[in-house]
Every structure is written in structure tokens, then in C-alpha cells.
Design a protein around this ligand. Structure first.
Ligand SMILES: [Zn+2]
Length: 259
């Protein structure tokens, strides 16, 4: 969290300011800038430009300005986009509900409106003209052939593969656990062992889970979310829910219907 659903909410919020002119840029913490060692002053070029559109690829937010400037924002584990201190999502799962302006890592002033990235853990970043040519396919629209391509020959666990932003863009821990629970695939299954039928079902479930949870208000609104606790039973089949660590990430799954 934030996953592509949350970043899409940020995209819509920022898009409400299209047409506004950048009158100030402030990056209090130069370590937030990517690539590393980039001087914060490079962002001063954008002052005077107008926000022309706001896009998204996976979890990368792309603010496009006149004169062909593009600012890329990544939100890490706890980043939020705020406009005049208000966010489109009240409180992200796992993010502190404290709201400390000292965590504002990047601030753009757009015709007097204050757009900030508030990020307690500082795992997000800001980048001028980020590379977007070689990004992985977008999870919200992924089709079976692209998913099969992404997984072909991968021996790593399917959970790990789906979280790999170089293979498929936009999914995080909560969405992947929900998708695998919905489709009945265990998170530790080797990607290369999935049948074409399973990959087709996985692609379809990825699209529908993203759409459903977007409408419900966030990545934490999955049908399996309430069962992410020890001693819980599977809401679908009453099987035992188990927590495993797959690829270094905590994974909740049903030991009965996910195989
Ligand atoms: Zn189950």
C-alpha cells in the first residue's frame, strides 16, 4: 500500500488541477530525488509551466507539464498525495494515521494550491522525466498473452512474480493476496508450473479484482481481507487461513482451496 488503486485515486485528485501553473517547488529532503545524486534544483525548471495532464503506469504517477516536463512520483509503502493537506483516501492501511507535515518530501505549488507527497517512511521518490518506455504491462488491463509472457520460464513463486514491478506493473501485497485467493492458486506455486488455463484465469481475476476494489475504495477492501489474522477461517470455504512468508512478504492464504 499504496498500490495501483490508491495511485489512481491520487491521479484523479491531481488531474483536478490541470491547467494550473507551477509557482513553486520545494523538496526539503534531497534523498527523495531519483536518480540518487540529482540536485533538487533541477525541478526549478518546471516553475512557470502548466500542468497539462496526469497519467499513471502501475504505481508511477506521471504529472505532465507544458514545455514537455514530466514529473514522476512513486509513493513507496506509506506515501500519500495531499492537496492543501487533504488526501483522496482518509488513511491508508499500514500508513500512520498521524498526519505530520514534517513528512512532506516534495511540494509543488500550483496556482496557490499546495500539492505534497507526505511519506513517513520515505520509500517513495520524485524524478524528472522518468523512463517510461520499458515499463512492464499494466496490471489493471493485463491479458492472458502478456501475463504468460511475463511468467514464462520464471521459477520464482507466483506471489513473488506478481509483485515484481519489472514483470507486471501496479500490484502490491494486498491485491496479490486477494487475487490469488479469488482464483484459488497458492502463493508459493512456481510461476512456470501454472497451466495456460490458470494463467488466463489469473489475468481475468487481476483485472476484475482491481476494478472491484477500486469501486469499493481501496486495496484493503478484498473479500479475504477480514481473514488476514491468525486463527481466521477462509470466508469462502471455511478452510484454515495461514500466514506464510513468500519472497520476503507476508502472505495470507487458504490452505484448503488455494492449491
Ligand atoms: Zn478457502
Amino acid at each position: 500500500v499504496p498500490e495501483l488503486i490508491e495511485v489512481e485515486y491520487y491521479r484523479r485528485a491531481l488531474a483536478s488541477l490541470v491547467g494550473s501553473t507551477v509557482t513553486g517547488v520545494s523538496i526539503p529532503d534531497e534523498r527523495y530525488v531519483r536518480p540518487a545524486e540529482t540536485p533538487v534544483q533541477v525541478f526549478d525548471q518546471v516553475i512557470g509551466a502548466q500542468l497539462s495532464s496526469v497519467g499513471r503506469r502501475g504505481k508511477l504517477l506521471l504529472a505532465r507539464f507544458t514545455d514537455d516536463y514530466v514529473i514522476g512520483l512513486r509513493f513507496g509503502m506509506t506515501g500519500r498525495l495531499l492537496i492543501d493537506g487533504e488526501g483522496p483516501i482518509e488513511a491508508l492501511e499500514y500508513a500512520s494515521t498521524r498526519n505530520d507535515p514534517a513528512w512532506d518530501r516534495a511540494i509543488l505549488i500550483l496556482d496557490g494550491r499546495r500539492v505534497s507527497v507526505r511519506d513517513q517512511r520515505r520509500l517513495g521518490s520524485i524524478e524528472l522525466d522518468p523512463e517510461t518506455e520499458n515499463l512492464a504491462p499494466e496490471a489493471s488491463t493485463i491479458r492472458e498473452p502478456d501475463l504468460r509472457n511475463a511468467l514464462v520460464g520464471r521459477r520464482k513463486a507466483i506471489k513473488t512474480a506478481l509483485l515484481d514491478q519489472h514483470l507486471i506493473a501496479g500490484l502490491g501485497n494486498l491485491l496479490v493476496d486477494e487475487i490469488l485467493w479469488q482464483v484459488g492458486i497458492a502463493p508459493s506455486r512456481a510461476s512456470s508450473e501454472l497451466t495456460d488455463g490458470e494463467i488466463g484465469a489469473l489475468a481475468a481475476e487481476t483485472r476484475s479484482t482491481v476494478r472491484r476494489l477500486s469501486n469499493r475504495g481501496g486495496s484493503h477492501r478484498g473479500d479475504s481481507f477480514e481473514a488476514r489474522t491468525s486463527g481466521a477461517v477462509c470466508p469462502r470455504c471455511k478452510g484454515v487461513m495461514d500466514r506464510s512468508v513468500v519472497g520476503g512478504r507476508s502472505s495470507w492464504w487458504c490452505t484448503s482451496h488455494q492449491t
